[in-house]
Write a protein that binds this ligand. Structure first.
Ligand code: SAH
Ligand code: SF4
Length: 398
């Protein structure tokens, strides 16, 4: 599939005709650049296995070559066809002539005093995105971006102050994971027990369910056993609540779900997560109850950013408990991470503790997220690149 192909919406997506038309139009405007460069070489990272097979067949090769190439790309981390040892030299040269295997390039790499690492990646068209690795003792999660900017303008989020520039392609999404593995020297794909990059959280810049096709393809590549091989239990997708696409993600991907709730009344959520005006809390909670993991006791994570005097009262904690009643749920309490010019303050420690206790006492785990990488602006909601100027130029040109 060419990266410029607008997304496909299945008839099962519960969208009105107007919504369907709007999403398709947007996806075309904000599509990533083509996968074939000026020299006519096609990018292989981001193709599904079937698409890779079709490419091999199209150049007169047998389908099994796709399996070999796939293993080199996603299991061994190879970017140079000359290193594909089970492929004869003439075919290596033929492949190199027609295809390429690239990563986003590292513009900057910063490591925090707490070992969190943040990359600013440059993409083929010059756009930039941020990716963060959050290490735990013997493993860690890579927080990946899905869009340059975001359409959704949540009041507390730095990314939300940057207009959407474009969607990322599947290759750019899975490429962030591959580039991080380069950085930690973690090729070939290690066994589960020894992986440092053991988990993916789709919680970086952008709303993943507004770029569903590319996100789904990238995650399926990451989960493939002959390649990166991450289990779906090690992947968490975070959404601000794009209700119609939550059903589809549950059915097709089955990864863990995180929902950015942040408020327990529509009045407040309308203000701080404006998408709520479209998909209010009752609809969002109903979609959570339908999500497949909710029926087999895999917990849904509810993210709740703690804003001083805005959403952190005891009454709100009790209302949260009422909303979650009967759901296998966990609540991540995220002390607000400030950014230059942000309109809120972080809740007081005592307020966070009181809130956590009420939620805990009702039987829901409610860990308080330790902010990671604040010194390098790598914590939740602090990501934002310098591409706003380009965004404005593009919007003006439309
Ligand atoms: N767009 C998706 C995923 C990216 S945001 C979503 O909204 O879920 C990842 C998480 O960081 C979300 O829960 C988001 O609400 C939270 N977040 C955003 N800005 C923040 C900030 N300044 N401090 C703490 N958490 C923030
Ligand atoms: Fe977009 Fe998520 Fe930030 Fe909201 S919190 S503006 S949905 S990235």
């Amino acid at each position: 599939m060419n990266a410029r192909t607008p997304i496909q919406l299945a008839p099962s997506d519960s969208l009105t005709e107007a919504e369907r038309a709007r999403i398709l139009a947007k996806s075309a405007i904000f599509a990533p650049p083509p996968m074939t460069d000026e020299a006519g070489r096609r990018e292989l990272v981001g193709l599904t296995k079937d698409e890779l097979t079709a490419e091999m067949v199209a150049i007169g090769e047998k389908a099994f070559r796709a399996k070999q190439v796939w293993g080199w790309i996603y299991n061994q981390g190879v970017t140079d066809f000359a290193r594909m040892a089970n492929i004869a030299k003439p075919l290596q040269a033929k492949l190199a002539d027609r295809f390429k295997i690239t990563r986003p390039t590292v513009a900057t790499e910063q490591t925090s005093t707490d070992a969190t690492r943040k990359w600013l990646f440059r993409l083929a068209d010059g756009q930039q995105i941020e990716t963060v690795y959050i290490p735990e003792d013997d493993r860690g999660a890579l927080c990946i971006s899905t869009q340059v900017g975001c359409t959704l303008s949540c009041r507390f989020c730095h990314t939300g102050t940057q207009k959407l520039v474009r969607n990322l392609s599947a290759g750019e999404i899975v490429g962030q994971f591959m580039a991080a593995r380069d950085s930690y020297g973690e090729w070939p794909t290690p066994n589960d027990e020894t992986r440092r990059l053991s988990n993916i959280v789709v919680m970086g810049m952008g709303e993943p369910l507004y770029n569903y096709e590319a996100v789904a393809t990238a995650l399926k590549i990451a989960m493939d056993h002959e390649g990166i091989g991450l289990s779906r239990r090690r992947i968490t997708l975070s959404t601000s609540g794009v209700v119609p696409m939550m059903d589809r993600a549950g059915a097709e991907l089955g990864v863990n779900l995180a929902v950015s709730l942040h408020a327990v009344t529509d009045e407040l959520r309308d203000e701080i997560v404006p998408l709520n005006r479209k998909y209010p809390i009752a609809e969002l909670m109903a979609a959570c109850r339908r999500y497949p993991s909710a029926s087999n006791a895999r917990r849904i994570t509810f993210e709740y950013v703690m804003l001083d005097g805005v959403n952190d009262s005891e009454a709100e904690a009790r209302e949260l408990v009422r909303l979650l009643h009967g759901l296998p749920a966990k609540v991540n309490l995220i002390p607000f991470n400030p950014w230059p010019g942000s309109p809120y303050k972080t809740s007081k420690r005592e307020a966070i503790q009181r809130f956590a206790r009420i939620v805990n006492d009702a039987g829901f785990a409610a860990p308080v997220r330790r902010p990671r990488g604040r010194d390098i602006l790598a914590a939740c909601g602090q990501l934002k690149t310098e591409s706003e100027r380009l965004a404005r130029a593009k919007t003006a040109a439309l």
